[in-house]
Design a protein around this ligand. Sequence first.
Ligand SMILES: Nc1ncnc2c1ncn2[C@@H]1O[C@H](COP(=O)(O)OP(=O)(O)OP(=O)(O)O)[C@@H](O)[C@H]1O
Length: 609
Amino acid sequence: MATPDATSSRSRSPSLGKGMTKESPPRSAREEEKQKKVQGSEEQRGSPSKTKTNSRASAISRRSQAQEKEEEEEEEEEGNSNFSLFPDSDSFRPIKPIQAFVRVKPTAHFARDMIKFGTDNKSIDIHIEKDARGGIVNNSSTDWSFRMDGLLHNTSQDKVYETVARDLVAAALRGYNGTIMCYGQTGAGKTYTMTGATEYEHRGIIPRAIQQVFQAAKESPGLSITVLISYLEVYNEALFDLLGPGSRNTPLAVLDSPQGVCVKGLSIHPVSHEKQALNLLSEGGTNRAIAEHALNKNSSRSHCIFTIYIECHSRVYRNLKGIKSKITLIDLAGSERLSEVPSAGHIRKENFYINRSLTFLEQIILALADPWRDHIPFRQSKLTHVLKDSLGGNCNTVLVTNICGEAAHVEETLSSLRFATRMRWIMAEPVANVTFEQEVSVKALEEEIDLLKHELTMKDMFENRLVTYSPLTGAQRAAIKSQVHKYLRGDIEEIDIVNIRQIQEVFKQFKAIISQQEKDIEAKLRSKYLLGDRGESKADFGSEVGEEVEDEEKEDKEKKDKAGVADLDAGLVQEVEKLQREALETGTSSSSPVPGEKKEDKKSEEQIK
Ligand SMILES: Nc1ncnc2c1ncn2[C@@H]1O[C@H](COP(=O)(O)OP(=O)(O)OP(=O)(O)O)[C@@H](O)[C@H]1O
């Protein structure tokens, strides 16, 4: 049994964790500094130093703003769990802190002189007499104040669910991922909170969440909801499928994928009704690693992660968006240091791994709470790796810290409250997971286009306009081409504009005519002038007269050139004009951008008119 003496020499600080000193890389001075900062976040009365840095200050201000807003919205949102396919913009809060609640296990020996709850039901004060602490711990601090999002003291399972889970599950039904995690010393009530007791009214968060999901499905006949379930165990730094065949023989691997973290080989079970899901919960529960010890007859020796996956789309508008979310429900193993209690070999091994993984979890929490931290070392333990996209990030996260109210456990209570405080420093930015089914979306767009075409046709019919919205036929394009030529020759005053496609075709024809003219003119000019030059050059090269004759010829040529430049310019302009006229007159006989359509001209001209 954990006694104040046994636990007082232990700190939950990652730097001092037993597993840490052996397994983790040396801590940098910056990390040490951060550790001090976060420890200072507990409002310690009588604490000698309170260091505040910019990062913490900004985190405080962001946190308090977000929290104030949240508190304001709390009452508005109460009872609002309407199921909708699309994210509810009113309840969408871009950045918010992780919520932390404290649940106190009922006891006849509650340490009233050591643990005091504020009238706001959010603050909790711990007082430890110096002598009571004893041991080697520096006893300069004897009073601590913590502030949580809510205290659950003498609270029924029903009220606990309403307070910590209902909104989160409702948000998951709108596409937001949600995580609820129970943390605390052994026997403090984590499994009771998460799974509950066998009596129906004492059922915990998981069965109630399942119920809420299926209830929502029942109340929304217009929506098609698919529910899937998985149950994972982290035991001795290995992953096991609690619902898989021969579960404990095959450890699973955790992988990072573009869609997030996934556990390779973990069975995910589709469930079509509540009872089926509850059966899986109980089946997995019986496969959990449990042991008996002084503080708990059925102590969980592993961390368990029960996940409810939700996929939803509208039955009516099957071709529109859908949502995809998951609710991750985590029951951690006891947070106390049981390895210091004499125990058998395998229990000692279990304790070592439990302590080690929780120490890494604390490190992750510290790193996530630091807004300037780039790298979060999720991969250093299986537990933290698996929880990579379930803590903070883009999901709603709620922590329930279970504590025992007896004096004998006050050190563990203090340690758990510190953990909860750190969790509250993590900011999350929940984002709804809206899915698009590509094939379905293309089909939807095609249907939409057809509908709009019909509407336009109807409108044109009412206005006596004979317009088609299909792509132009060869004949229609030929008719437009002919019209453009007539327009350029001046045979017609204007081109009838019927629809956008026709306007585009008119421009295309203009472009074709211009580029054809350019080519024709260039070719004619080349043949006329360049060939002439070449003839002269040939004559020049062929002559074998002396230098004098050459000079004379050069002089002559220069004179001729000077005199002829003006004539040549004028000649060229005339030539170009002549060629342009010719090109227009030949009209449709010039090379066509739509080959083989000449014959259709007459007919198509009439058609388009
Ligand atoms: N709020 C509560 N009300 C009534 N009984 C409770 C409450 N919390 C815990 N218990 C009882 O206390 C015992 C220990 O609780 P539980 O197994 O949930 O602890 P735990 O934190 O999960 O412990 P471990 O870490 O060892 O698994 C159980 O018999 C449970 O029914």
